[in-house]
Design a protein around this ligand. Structure first.
Ligand code: SF4
Ligand code: SF4
Length: 420
């Protein structure tokens, strides 16, 4: 592994092999194979870093099967962060690539740093997605006969015009609300370009609670797909663009996507510090300003929740990136109670396996974890399934459909603030 000061180094020497992380790793819970465990992955990345081991197919498989959920980092008494070791390995260890993988990487490098191109591709995909079969709840899936990476995979509801075309860049607070100053809204790609519902609900709730909401027009993808795939050059390009867009404006930076929140809060300062220059200071001050929107809203004094919902009960799945990156599961429960929705389940499901890049590379694993989470939710008897993450909503909804359930899967913001 070459050493690049811009990426993360491995911290395997701190591991004392206690094994606690094995009990929380969703991948190990399925395979029970040591190289699928956090301890095994950390051992392997350490051996490759030190030159003891030449990376081969088994190494790349172990690195690619990590879902980056960070459950192991929370459980580890020594502070070993296997997900960071895995990210470093994905970025630094060169591997043999077939034409399909090279094409995928080229597409990612072209799309991630160019929001308008990504938007055009999403809208085109939206037209074709209407040709796909739908389940009882209207969710569309790729047909089962396609190659394993796509077979049966859920397709998000592509809602046409991007969020930023539906709202002005500065949305004023609602009439009669207390003046709480300005909040900055980071849409993320999914809620900005694919499904505008949760983003619109977040902005409305912020305005109803006295915030003027700025939606910076030049914001980009947070870069998570590039970072998680080891495409650091593309990641750094969007990091610089987003810092230019967000660092100069005042106010808390909020997003409905916990993956965006975790990347902006944790990875921007970490990687910008290694890049040096003005970005290091900008990212250091930006990180603490970023928060997942539900947790922020739950922390407001005298929260106003205008309107009402027809939904009476929900089974809430707590996404890994929400739980392990600053989101507060109790905040979701609190908001639901205020809205009068009964939580028949809150966080009893394990990782759903829906993480975008990992689920594409490991469709078997994603299916097993997805059907387990959806099965538990379907059995809860709740009216809707809910998760504060676009990947989890898609994955759980898709597996509910496959199990013959017409239970909808939606973001909690759409329950709290029904707008469509
Ligand atoms: S919990 Fe931490 S110290 Fe224990 S085996 Fe896992 S990585 Fe090593
Ligand atoms: S980040 Fe999650 S999937 Fe990866 S090794 Fe840790 S617990 Fe397992």
């Amino acid at each position: 592994m070459k050493t690049d000061p811009d990426v993360l180094s491995t911290d395997a020497p701190q591991c004392d092999r206690c094994g606690r992380c094995l009990s929380v790793c969703p991948v190990y819970s399925v395979s029970h194979v040591e190289t699928d465990s956090p301890r095994g992955r950390t051992d392997l990345t350490s051996a490759v870093t030190s030159g003891e081991l030449n990376p081969g197919p088994r190494f790349f498989e172990a690195v690619d099967r990590c879902l980056l959920c960070r459950s192991c980092a929370v459980a580890c008494p020594k502070g070993v962060d296997t997900a960071s070791n895995v990210l470093a390995a994905r970025a630094e260890v060169s591997r043999p690539h077939g034409p399909g993988a090279r094409l995928g990487e080229a597409a990612m490098d072209a799309l991630i740093p160019h929001r308008s191109l990504m938007s055009a591709c999403v809208r085109t995909a939206g037209v074709f997605s209407r040709l796909l079969p739908a389940d009882k709840a209207g969710r569309r899936h790729f047909p089962e006969y396609l190659p394993q990476m796509l077979s049966g995979r859920g397709v998000p509801p592509i809602t046409g015009r991007p969020l930023q075309k539906r709202l002005p860049s500065l949305v004023p607070r609602s009439p009669g609300s207390p003046n709480r100053g300005r909040a900055v809204f980071f849409t993320g790609c999914f809620y900005g370009l694919v499904d505008f519902g949760p983003g619109l609900a977040a902005v409305k709730m912020l305005c109803d609670n006295g915030f003027d909401v700025l939606i910076p027009p030049d914001q980009q993808c947070c870069g998570a797909p590039a970072l998680f795939s080891g495409r650091l050059k593309s990641f750094k390009t969007v990091l610089r663009k987003n810092l230019r867009s967000l660092a100069a404006v005042e106010g808390p930076i909020l997003t409905a996507c916990p993956t965006c929140a975790s990347v902006l809060r944790a990875h921007y300062p970490e990687i910008a510090a290694r890049m040096g220059g003005p970005e290091a200071e900008q990212a250091k001050s930006l990180g603490p300003r970023v928060q997942e929107a539900l947790t922020f809203l739950a922390g407001l004094s005298s929260l106003s929740l205008p309107g009402s919902t027809q939904i009476r009960s929900a089974a809430v799945h707590q996404p890994c990136h929400f739980v392990h990156a600053g989101g507060d599961p109790a905040a979701v429960a609190d908001l639901m109670r205020k809205r009068g929705v009964e939580l028949v389940m809150n966080g009893e499901t394990a990782c759903c396996g829906g993480g975008g890049v990992s689920s594409l590379k490991n469709p078997d694993l994603a299916r097993e974890l997805g059907s387990a989470a959806a099965g538990k939710i379907a059995a809860s008897g709740a009216e809707v399934a809910s998760a504060a993450c676009p990947g989890c909503v898609l994955q759980i909804g898709s597996h509910l459909g496959k199990a013959g359930s017409n239970m909808p899967a939606i973001h909690p913001l759409e329950i709290l603030c029904p707008i469509r």
